[in-house]
Design a protein around this ligand. Sequence first.
Ligand code: FAD
Ligand code: SIN
Length: 523
Amino acid sequence: MNTKTDFLIVGSGIAGISLAIKLAHLSPDDNILLIAKENLEEGSTYYAQGGIASVWSDSDNFEKHIQDTLSAGDGLCNEPVVRKIVTQAPERINELITMGVQFTRNDTGNYDLGKEGGHSERRILHVNDQTGENIEKNLIDNVKKIKNIEIREHWCAINLYASNYKCYGAYVLDQESGIIHNIAAKATILATGGAGKIYLYTTNPDIASGDGIAMAYRAGATISNMEFYQFHPTCLYHPYAKSFLITEAMRGEGAILKNVRGKEFMQDYHPSKELAPRDIVSRAIDAELKKTGDDHVLLDISSYKTPSFIKNHFPGVYETCLKFNIDIIKDPIPVVPAAHYCCGGVMAGIDGSTEVKNLYVIGESACTGFHGANRLASNSLLEGIVSAHECAETLTSLSSDLKIKEFEQWEPGHAVPSTEAVIITQNWDEIRRFMWNYVGIVRTNKRLQRAKKRINMLQDEINQYYWDFKIEKNLVELRNLATVAKIIIVSAISRKESRGIHYNLDHPEKSEMSRSTTLRRPW
Ligand code: FAD
Ligand code: SIN
């Protein structure tokens, strides 16, 4: 089915919806189509807990936030980008406040500023420990009121239509009707989030299968810094808890990591202990688990804060843990590290512009140079709103010169419903397991080479059946997972040093010649 729109926005997290709202305001005569793979709220944004970083208190200043970001990024940030994003933070956050987000205030009536690892000041605005849910609900309420925005849920982008480094739109599967739409647009904007589902253990929701990164790669865009996949130190360890994060803000308020015998260990790894940067805390937990043979460690807030403080500050974590019979006002919380955030992505300007004409990428799918080799906590919601703002301004200024060009119908070939769905599940599980074991928190040359052999074999297998099976979301996601896994492996192999989140036992030192990795099809 052929559809036309001025702007196609793929993704309804903080980046996609903020862009839609701003663009509708700046370009009221243009039509915007906003699509989401699941319900509008389903994405990492909704699950964000800790908050959004911005200079806000009198003791803080932009230079401190900039230096903290650069220091976490370990030499690979793009400093002008960092400066631009950090200095815009208060203005963009004030827009969220105007839209209705009510950040938590303290007893004096001022915003309660949280502290997280790697921040030299308290500067995290938050809505208790449910910041993302509040921001996302507000964005959804606002976007639904706007007339020139059409919203489609359960529409899964399959691929971009691009040739000669120009993008004309996308093929999109309506999962309810099974119809594939050819959506032609003046500009296509991917705001599809991260790729945590590549790993066996992740804090990410199921939508995070790297679709935007894989689609942009196939369209010819450059993908950068994918070896820097951030692992969050504290994901709830429980057989029935799927991907539940225990916010870093809890360590910011004094929670202590202990092994299962109750021994504290962070003093052995870093002078900032629990508030060391995430990569260091995750590696410390990984080392403790390997040393002791235990399958988790403990995070204890109950010994350090009163029950009312815990319930007031962390109501989301308290309620969720209680469902699993863990009472955090009395007991320590079992935790493990898990894949959390994609610091790399599609190489893009702050405004989302890529090397493929009329293709823009914003939010977690993009690599703007803001995070470098490691992201500072609570900096990604911020990057999402700043990039959305910049992208809206660029698209508005270009709009009158851009044209919609219709393109070929999707060719279904001989595709039939799969009678071997088990192969998709099997391939999916294999990727996630070897990525965790071989391309995880601590890497070696041998493990990376093993992973490369396996991904090559799996990509061959997937390519053999991809065009024969009827297009379904699982199949689309599997192909994308495999593509992104391969990009991560190749990027990790090419980095002959340890830096930021990438830690290779065979290259434990930093190289003086370090630069960002870039990959473009074909490698
Ligand atoms: P998302 O919010 O992930 O949205 C992606 C959208 O793309 C979804 O609507 C999805 O349906 C859509 N999509 C994906 N693929 C397709 C497709 N093929 N077709 C159609 N639609 C598609 N960051 C902070 O700064 N502070 C925090 O406190 C914080 N806490 C976090 C807690 C958790 C548990 C997690 C997982 C992340 C956290 N992060 C935090 C990171 C931050 O939440 C994300 O980086 C950010 O929300 C990403 O926003 P986004 O708009 O790029 O993508
Ligand atoms: C957290 O609340 O610990 C997550 C913060 C982030 O990922 O930025």
